[in-house]
Every structure is written in structure tokens, then in C-alpha cells.
Design a protein around this ligand. Structure first.
Ligand SMILES: Nc1nc2c(c(=O)[nH]1)N=C([C@H](O)[C@@H](O)CO)CN2
Length: 117
């Protein structure tokens, strides 16, 4: 399946389980892949037949800043639901990385894949 993707979208937001994490923003990095048949967009050269990665990036950023949560799991589940509801894709894969969370690791995070039910 064709895909529209976003790589390493940075969002600085409040996220985390511990009290100290609720006081200052940390950087999260998102990789997002959305299934999408790209042939009609290519034939017509018309943005309305594909997924606007700029608009997805904006909506993901807005959502992250709107209402802080503790777990990365909670955030990516919310974002998958948002993308499946608002954009024309049957399937989305989201990886989120939180590089400051574990100093001895290059980065840590979670990945999910969700489909239209
Ligand atoms: N699977 C997860 N493990 C942990 C998370 C998380 O969101 N998902 N969060 C934390 C803390 O907030 C951590 O980032 C602070 O160091 C710990 N483990």
C-alpha cells in the first residue's frame, strides 16, 4: 500500500508520570505512516486526493499541547484515533520517541499500528 509519512516531527510538551515532568516541557519525536492510495492524487495533481502531511503535523502538535497525559501509550492511542477520524486513511502507524527519558539510552518510546474498525 502507498503511504504518506512524517518523520521525526518534534513536539515540545508536558508528558510523563513523575511530578518533575509536569513542570517543564520535554521533546517528543513522532514518526507517522498513513496508508493511502496515491494514484488519483498523482494523476490529478490535486492535494484533496491525498493526505496533507502538513495538516496532520499541525493536528498532532495541537493535540499534544492541548491536554497533558502521563503515558506515551495514552498519547499515541489518542493520536491514532484522531488521524483515523479526521483523515482519509484506513491504517496508521505511529512511533513516538522520548530521548531525554533514559539518559543511558539513545532514545525510548512506543509504537502502535491501528486500523479503521
Ligand atoms: N512504557 C512506558 N514506560 C514509561 C513511560 C511511558 O510513557 N511509557 N513513562 C515514564 C516516565 O514518564 C519517564 O519517561 C520518565 O523518566 C517511565 N516509563
Amino acid at each position: 500500500m502507498d503511504k504518506v509519512y512524517i518523520s521525526q516531527l518534534r513536539v515540545d510538551t508536558i508528558i510523563g508520570v513523575y511530578d518533575f515532568e509536569k513542570e517543564s516541557k520535554q521533546s517528543l519525536y513522532f514518526d507517522i505512516e498513513m496508508d493511502c492510495d496515491l494514484r488519483q492524487a498523482a494523476q490529478s495533481d490535486d492535494l484533496s486526493y491525498t493526505i496533507d502531511y502538513a495538516l496532520v503535523s499541525q493536528r498532532v502538535t495541537e493535540h499534544c499541547l492541548a491536554k497533558p497525559v502521563e503515558l506515551l501509550e495514552t498519547l499515541v492511542e489518542q493520536l491514532a484515533a484522531l488521524i483515523l477520524n479526521e483523515f482519509n486513511t484506513p491504517k496508521v502507524a505511529i512511533t513516538v520517541s522520548k530521548p531525554a527519558a533514559v539518559p543511558a539510552a539513545q532514545t525510548v518510546g512506543v509504537k502502535i499500528v491501528r486500523s479503521q474498525s
